[in-house]
Structure formats: structure tokens, C-alpha cells
Design a protein. Structure first.
Length: 511
């Protein structure tokens, strides 16, 4: 038997084994999250480990991202070196005099007409190149690694670390939500949704891990842990002192997201409804005010430090470097909100963000990039669930109405920022939002599950678990699309081998 057939039988064997585990009669749909069983912990750790490995191992496949052909993808590494040399700019020694002579170096047509040599997708200001991506990953990973080992951390390894921590955050947050709001949720739903929603949130980073997705994965990692700390602070901690400590770490991780990717950090809006819940049955005293100020202090401290960093580079505390990018579009003229906002164009962009449609391809892997909700229709569940009076009642009883409303609003706010300020909305921008919709979906699904009879609950758990698993499988197909210098973009022959493996060596009519 050929290796192709063996690999194909193995993959399909794993596929049907998972389906077998998720069958209607499986004990996964009868064991609940409050069960006193070691199986809950063991299966959770096993599923978490497999999910992390599934996401981080393939990141090293493409030479554009694994360091073989770094090109401009090593800016985090270079900035760490710059910090050690005592300056904030990236010290390239090949600044083209023709670039300095241009009246507007940010105009791509002017650069092309003058035949200018420049470093792509950097910020350029006062004769120096800067990295406009957030500095927090440099402070948290690249600089410490360089100081400890004496060598630079290859950028995609940072994405692996942030992705692994993000997945741990998803499993931890969903576990906390289950124990707090829906203890009778089936173990099958918890495991399948945690794994699927983790992969759905980061699949693009698996395909193109360096630089852009380093910033994105760092930001969603900070935010998922911020949500975890805040939710424990408000809904789990019984002692006020413990609540304040958790809130402090929630503020710290939430604030750090602004130094990774600012649009994702808009999810900090979630703090407001949580604060309202926290204060509802408390009297606002001077002592409590001081504690809340302490809890919020990371926002102020990190905000001041980021503004000082921006001012030191671009003479403005509010300029992250977008206006000075050397990229496909002149962004120096973007200016104020009112100069950018065009209602019809912005509305159209947001619609495409969520429900944009592209016909299926006749080439393997056949799937295409659509809007967020069409890429993964399971994310429609919250919109259907919220229509149920039973779910709305559960939301009110759980003190979650404002939180749920805010989770519906955050994706719209982030997509608005992306559409308004990005020169063009790319597939990777969907990562800004997937994780929020996944959290919303998990919450509404769990609350809907609480209203079901035992028999209906088992059937619902089975259907949604299988749907989640198939959504995870689609992530793998999306990963295989040749795009953005990823693995299959470089190795077309590998895509053909994968097709033969999945087709068990046979051809397929659509190909």
C-alpha cells in the first residue's frame, strides 16, 4: 500500500473517530461540566494540547514566515536590536537619497516614478525607518529573549507563543463561564466549541504567522485573558480584595492590547457593563473608589507610556505610524475621522466584512474567503438564540444583558475601525473579530442549553458539537488556499499531494 493511501486512511480514520466520539449516544453529551470526574480534566487537557499543536506546528512551513526568506517580516527582531542600541528607529544603512528628495514619499506613484528603493511596509519619518506595529510584543518577548539568549527570536515563534496562550485563554474562559452560568453544559459541547472556536480565531495566523499576525495574535491573546480576569473579578470572586486583584490584571492585559493592535483593543468596551454589574449592589465609598482607581491604573500607565513612545518617534502622542507607511496607498492624507467617513462606502465595507460572498473555487481545496459569518455559519447561532424568550430570560437572570449587548456591538465597532482606517480590508483583519463572535456564540449557546430537556439537550449537544468539528475542518481547508505567500503558495506540488491523500489517490471531477 502506498504512503499516499496510508496517509489518507489515517486522516479519514481520525475524522471518523472524532465523529464517533461525538455520536448521539456518546457519554460526552451526558457528562456535565459540574461532574466530579477526572475525565473532565483529562479530556480538557488532552483537547487543549491537541488544539495548540494543530495550530502552532504548521506555522513553520512557509519560507516567507519561518525565517528562511525574512524580507520585511523581521521588523520585531530588528526593533529589539534597535532598543539595545539605544534608539527607536530601525537602523537601515541604505536610505535612498531619492526617497528623501520626494515631496511626498508616501505616494506610491511618486516612488515608482522616481524609481525609489525603499523598505516595504515600514513607517518613514524624518529620514528614519520605524516599525508601526505595536511595541508590546517586543517588550514582552523579543527583547527578553535577545537579552537571555544573545540571539534574536524568529518572529513566527512569537506568534506561536501568543497563539498557544490565546488558546489556553479560550479554554480557561469557557471553563469559567460554564462553571459560573451553565454548570449542566455537556462536556462534549465545552470541548468541541473550545477547540473549534480557538482554531477559527487563529487559522489565518497558522497560514501566515509572521509580523502582521504576530501583532494580531498578541492583541487577541491580551484581550482573551483580559476578559477572563474581568469575568472572574465580577462573577466569581466573593471577596472584594480578590475582585480588585483580578480586575487589575484584566486592566493590564486589556491595556497592553493597545500596544499590539489598537482596533482589537476596542474590545475593552466590555469593561463598562462589567463595571455596572460590579457596582450594582455596592455603595461607592472613598475606599472603593481608591480600589477601582488601582484596578484601572494599568490603563493610565500603559496609555501614557504608549503616547510617550509615539511622541518620541513621530512628534505626536496619537500617531502610531499609520500616516507614514510606505505601502500600497498614501495614508498621509487620511486626516480626521470626518475626512475618512463616507456613510455608504463604510456601510458597504462593513457588510462585506460579515456577509461578503465569493463563489466556490473549482480548484482544490474548493473553499474561498467569504465574510466572517459565511466563512463559519455556526457564528449565526447567537442571532437565532437571542430570539428565544427562554434565552433572554436566562440572560436577565444571569446579570448578563448589558454584557451580551456589548458583545454584539464590539464586532461592529472593530469592523468600523478596520474599514475606516485600513487602505484595503484583507482576510487577516477578520481575526480582529472572530474571537469576540466565538465568545458570544459560546455564551448564548450555553444559556440556550439551560432551557432544554435532558433528551433534547443531548441531541442539541451532538448536533452543535459535530457542527463545531466541521467548522474546524473548514479551517484546515482555508489554510490550504494558496494565498499571502503561505505554504501552499510556495509549494504547489504539496497541495497536489494533499489533494491525492484526501482523495485516497483518486482524481476528482471538479479539479
Amino acid at each position: 500500500m502506498s504512503k499516499t493511501l496510508l496517509a489518507g486512511y489515517f486522516i479519514w480514520g481520525v475524522f471518523f473517530f472524532v465523529l464517533l466520539c461525538l455520536r448521539p449516544g456518546s457519554s460526552l453529551h451526558s457528562i456535565t461540566m459540574d461532574a466530579k470526574s477526572k475525565m473532565v480534566g483529562r479530556l480538557s487537557v488532552l483537547t487543549l494540547t491537541v488544539t495548540i499543536l494543530l495550530c502552532v506546528i504548521p506555522m513553520g512551513l512557509s519560507p516567507s514566515y519561518n525565517g528562511e526568506k525574512p524580507d520585511y517580516m523581521n521588523q520585531y527582531e530588528l526593533l529589539a536590536e534597535s532598543f539595545l542600541e539605544g534608539h527607536l528607529y530601525i537602523d537601515y544603512d541604505d536610505v535612498d537619497p531619492k526617497l528623501l528628495a520626494l515631496d511626498n514619499p508616501y505616494d506610491p506613484d511618486a516612488r515608482e516614478a522616481a524609481d525609489v528603493s525603499f523598505h516595504w511596509d515600514h513607517a518613514f519619518y524624518n529620514g528614519h525607518y520605524y516599525m508601526y506595529f505595536g511595541v508590546v510584543p517586543v517588550i514582552l518577548l523579543f527583547l527578553p529573549y535577545r537579552l537571555l539568549t544573545g540571539v534574536s527570536l524568529t518572529t513566527y515563534h512569537a506568534t506561536q507563543i501568543f497563539t498557544a496562550l490565546f488558546i489556553c485563554g479560550v479554554f480557561s474562559l469557557f471553563f469559567t463561564l460554564s462553571k459560573t452560568f451553565f454548570k449542566k453544559l455537556s462536556l462534549g459541547l465545552y470541548l468541541s466549541l473550545s477547540a473549534a472556536f480557538s482554531v477559527m480565531s487563529v487559522w489565518y495566523a497558522v497560514s501566515a504567522p509572521a509580523l502582521y499576525c504576530t501583532a494580531i495574535s498578541a492583541a487577541i491573546c491580551m484581550e482573551i485573558w483580559s476578559f477572563f480576569f474581568f469575568i472572574r473579578s465580577v462573577f466569581v470572586c466573593e471577596k472584594e480584595s480578590a475582585s480588585i486583584r483580578y480586575a487589575f490584571f484584566g486592566s493590564l492585559t486589556g491595556a497592553l492590547a493597545f500596544g499590539c493592535r489598537p482596533p482589537i483593543a476596542l474590545a475593552n468596551l466590555f469593561v463598562l457593563p462589567l463595571l455596572a454589574v460590579f457596582l450594582k449592589n455596592r455603595k461607592l465609598t472613598i475606599r472603593l473608589g481608591k480600589q477601582l482607581l488601582f484596578a484601572a491604573s494599568p490603563y493610565m500607565l500603559v496609555g501614557v507610556l504608549l503616547m510617550l513612545y509615539n511622541y518620541a518617534r513621530f512628534d505626536s502622542p496619537f500617531e502610531f505610524g499609520q500616516a507614514y507607511q510606505l505601502t500600497i496607498t498614501d495614508q498621509s492624507h487620511y486626516g480626521s475621522f470626518f475626512s475618512r467617513f463616507q456613510p455608504l462606502k463604510t456601510f458597504d465595507g462593513i457588510c462585506k466584512f460579515f456577509v461578503g460572498y465569493t463563489p466556490m473555487s473549482d480548484q482544490f481545496p474548493f473553499v474561498t474567503f467569504d465574510g466572517i459569518l459565511l466563512n463559519f455559519p455556526i457564528l449565526f447561532l447567537p442571532f437565532f438564540g437571542i430570539a428565544s424568550e427562554g434565552v433572554r430570560g436566562e440572560i436577565r437572570e444571569s446579570r448578563l444583558p448589558r454584557c451580551i449587548i456589548t458583545l454584539f456591538c464590539i464586532p461592529l465597532l472593530i469592523s468600523f475601525a478596520d474599514v475606516l482606517w485600513a487602505p484595503t480590508v484583507l482576510e487577516r483583519y477578520h481575526m480582529d473579530i472572530y474571537w469576540v463572535l466565538c465568545l458570544l456564540c459560546y455564551l448564548v449557546t450555553g444559556l440556550y442549553y439551560r432551557n432544554l430537556s435532558a433528551k433534547t439537550a443531548r441531541r442539541f449537544s451532538c448536533i452543535v458539537s459535530i457542527w463545531a468539528f466541521l467548522s474546524l475542518c473548514k479551517c484546515i481547508l482555508l489554510f490550504l488556499i494558496p494565498y499571502d505567500y503561505n505554504f501552499t503558495f510556495y509549494y504547489v506540488e504539496a497541495l497536489e499531494k494533499i489533494r491525492k491523500i484526501l482523495m485516497l489517490g483518486r482524481g476528482v471531477g471538479l479539479y
